[in-house]
Design a protein around this ligand. Structure first.
Ligand SMILES: N[C@@H](CCC(=O)N[C@@H](CS)C(=O)NCC(=O)O)C(=O)O
Length: 222
């Protein structure tokens, strides 16, 4: 029997990183078990999870006796362990296009800290009210729009750019889920976001893989 896949996520279903790994597994069409951890109760700091998960954070993937943390590492592992054409593609095949997708994922995980703090996912996954932006939060919001317009030029369906000899970008790569979630920090709170980007983020959030995540939250379409 193939090694079982178990994804560890937080029981409040608010983690954007856990969402990315969950969507990757769903888009690949892989059967997997979910293990829910209550972060408020500190379940992720207790043995054996604290050590098994390597970082003591969620998400963490167990594949047989192999453990892996860090959402983008999980996404990439799944792509390589369950590669196309046998499984749907999460990253473009072309090295430059693939590098651009990794760039989007890295940017979304390292930058925009003030926006992430001031528009936490609890505003749309738990229905909590958003507070007015500080100058730093507003600057991050504006930067997100500027950079997202570069990631997603007019007409693009996906941040995966067109391969030189392949079809136009898209229709989906895993960084689309990450970028759509980041844009929803603005859209869900009614903060300024160009209609084109907001509509794109809404379309990405209509994917069945993401709807399934949303069904565990208080998400409502806006
Ligand atoms: N860079 C990590 C971030 C993971 C992360 O920040 N997880 C948070 C939940 S969103 C967590 O485990 N927080 C609990 C803690 O750090 O104690 C990834 O991409 O997976």
């Amino acid at each position: 029997m193939a090694d079982a896949l178990v994804l560890h996520v937080n029981s409040s279903w608010t983690s954007p990183y856990a969402l990315s790994a969950f969507v990757a597994l769903k888009e690949k069409g892989l059967p997997f078990e979910l293990a829910l951890l209550d972060l408020d109760a500190g379940e992720h700091r207790r043995p054996p999870y604290a050590a098994d998960s390597v970082t003591g954070r969620i998400p963490a993937l167990r594949h047989g006796d192999f453990w892996l943390a860090e959402s983008s590492a999980i996404d990439e592992y799944l792509e390589e362990a369950f590669p196309p054409p046998g499984h749907p593609r999460l990253y473009p095949a072309d090295p430059k296009a693939r590098a651009r997708v990794r760039m989007v994922q890295a940017f979304l995980r390292s930058d925009l800290g003030a926006l992430r703090n001031e528009r936490p996912t609890s505003t749309f996954f738990l229905g909590e009210a958003a507070k007015p932006f500080t100058p730093a939060g507003r600057a991050d919001a504006e930067r997100l729009v500027t950079v997202a317009e570069r990631f997603l030029p007019p007409g693009a369906d996906s941040v995966a750019p067109a391969a030189p000899d392949g079809p136009a970008g898209g229709p989906f790569c895993i960084a689309d889920a990450d970028l759509a979630l980041m844009l929803h920090r603005l859209v869900a709170s009614g903060d300024p976001c160009p209609t084109r980007l907001a509509d794109w983020a809404r379309a990405v959030f209509r994917r069945p893989s993401i709807r399934e995540w949303l069904s565990h939250t208080k998400w409502r379409d806006r």
